[in-house]
Design a protein around this ligand. Structure first.
Ligand code: ZN
Length: 500
């Protein structure tokens, strides 16, 4: 039998198990009852172990090595070649981990979210610290199992999220960005009273916000025949395949923007997943190209589309119609200024585009410290607060506003945050290219978001993992990732808004 044919049912089983695990994870974050966690965790542990054993065994190893031989590899289709490459990555990542440790880790991961959520609610990092310590130890151990020569542990973790972006590369990338953003932020701080957005904290009924969120998600292109939307403590997107994509949102009755821009962001992720090619979905080549590219899409919808006057001009009356009392005295111009106000704050997901990357840089610098073991987990709240003071000039009042703010560390994701900054830079690079090849602003004014989405579908989404970050960018824009576009974007945008 041909090697790939022999591998296929094993890969199909992997997809089935992953689908079940994703579903359980979604359920846990959105609607599972409070007491479900312990029993469900046992199930998660068993399924994860089964997934591990299905892939990590001598048979699969032999098939993979066979398929990687030049003469066999040549016979494969491009999709099959991509699947083989992805399988190699998965294999190398987990083969070295003893199955019992993998199971123990999966079980820890399953409860960590709940522990983080409670600690955040109690504003008490000490409740989460022991769990975080274990997650860090596991991840370091796992990374070190596959360490080659002088490789750096943090580089190994970073490469799981964005291939090729090492500390060396990121240090220089962030240096360029930091050296441009910080002075710009100072110029803006001197004019901080230019924009008043007090309206945003008027009382906005959350039920009405939900209705608008659903409407605007559809307006930007989310197809509810293939998507569902729920609520969770931290908005996120997940998918079972390209016909079942799930997003969550969160609503505050004293913050209108939060729910609107979170849903546009998550819709961006979801639109990506629902447009991955049919031949790729439910295979190892079937997700987004990388987390950076994923984030480039969500941030493209949220900011490059969603924060513009052209986008809101046709739809602001709709929002005003829903919140007549609250927005009747706020003109479109004032609203646009408001949603683009630069305001150093504690919450990354609600940060304006200018300070956003500083939030990311802080997390990157802290991860570097705890992965290299230079600091103790117990000291993290203080380090976090000091960095907020240094970069953004503000100090969190408590751990919920500070160190406990993001969900990612509770998921054992270390090395993930930089992909947010990469995504912003990719989005800006795409934007300047798209301005050249289509009437971008006219499309927004006409409410023809579909034309923009179609371009992204054809040039990015449909490829799944068939091309990586630099290949996609090179094929579309003619060059690999170049942070200059991002800086140009921020400068042009804020010079105009703040009349600098
Ligand atoms: Zn995102």
């Amino acid at each position: 039998m041909e090697l790939f044919k022999e591998l296929k049912p094993i890969l199909d089983k992997d997809v089935a198990l992953v689908t079940a695990l994703v579903m359980l994870s979604w359920d846990k974050s959105t609607c599972a009852p409070e007491e479900a966690i312990t029993n469900t965790t046992t199930v998660v542990g068993i399924l994860s172990e089964e997934q591990f054993r299905n892939i990590i065994n001598p048979k699969v190893k032999g098939l993979l090595e066979g398929l990687e031989r030049k003469e066999e590899y040549k016979k494969l289709t491009e999709t099959e070649q991509c699947i083989v490459k992805e399988l190699r990555k998965v294999y190398d990542r987990i083969e070295t981990i003893p199955p019992e440790e993998y199971k123990e880790y999966s079980e820890l991961q399953a409860v960590a979210y709940g522990i983080w959520e409670n600690a955040k609610e109690h504003k008490d990092f000490s409740e989460f610290a022991p769990c975080l310590k274990k997650l860090i130890e596991f991840q370091k151990k796992f990374a070190n199992y596959r360490k080659k020569d002088n490789e750096n542990t943090y580089d190994i973790l970073l490469s799981d999220f964005e291939e090729g972006f090492t500390m060396e590369k990121l240090d220089s990338f962030f240096h360029i960005i930091k050296s441009e953003i910080v002075p710009l932020l100072r110029q803006i701080a001197a004019k901080k009273d230019l924009i008043n957005k007090d309206y945003n904290s008027r009382h906005f009924d959350t039920q009405k916000q939900k209705e608008f969120s659903r409407w605007v998600a559809e307006y930007v292109g989310l197809d509810f025949k293939k998507a569902v939307m729920a609520e969770s403590a931290h908005p996120f997107t997940t998918h079972l395949h390209n016909k079942d994509v799930r997003i969550t949102n969160q609503y505050f009755d004293d913050n209108l923007e939060s729910g609107i821009f979170s849903v546009i962001h998550e819709a961006g992720h979801a639109i990506y997943e629902m447009n991955v090619g049919d031949q790729l979905t439910q295979t190892l080549a079937g997700g987004g190209a990388s987390l950076g590219i994923h984030e480039s899409q969500s941030r493209f919808y949220e900011n490059i589309i969603g924060k513009t006057r052209e986008f809101w001009q046709p739809i602001y009356p709709k929002l005003q119609g829903i919140f007549q009392e609250q927005l009747k005295d706020i003109s479109l111009g004032e609203f646009i200024q408001g949603i683009n106000k630069v305001e150093p704050g504690f919450i990354r997901t609600e940060a304006d585009e200018l300070t956003y990357t500083l939030h990311v840089i802080i997390r990157y610098e802290i991860e570097k410290l705890f992965i290299t073991g230079e600091v103790k987990v117990e000291d993290l709240p203080e380090i976090w607060n000091d960095k907020y003071k240094e970069y953004l000039g503000i100090t969190p009042k408590n751990d919920a506003e500070g160190i406990l703010q993001d969900v990612h560390w509770s998921m054992g994701e270390f090395g993930y945050f930089p992909t947010y900054a990469i995504g912003s830079a990719v989005a800006a690079q795409l934007y300047y290219h798209m301005l050249k090849v289509m009437p971008f602003k006219d499309y927004l004014l006409e409410g023809n978001i579909a034309a923009i989405t179609k371009y992204l579908n054809e040039n990015i989404h449909k490829y799944g993992k068939m091309k990586n970050t630099d290949q996609l960018l090179k094929d579309i824009t003619g060059e690999t990732l170049n942070p200059d576009y991002y800086i140009r974007y921020l400068k042009e945008k804020y010079t105009k808004i703040y009349q600098l």
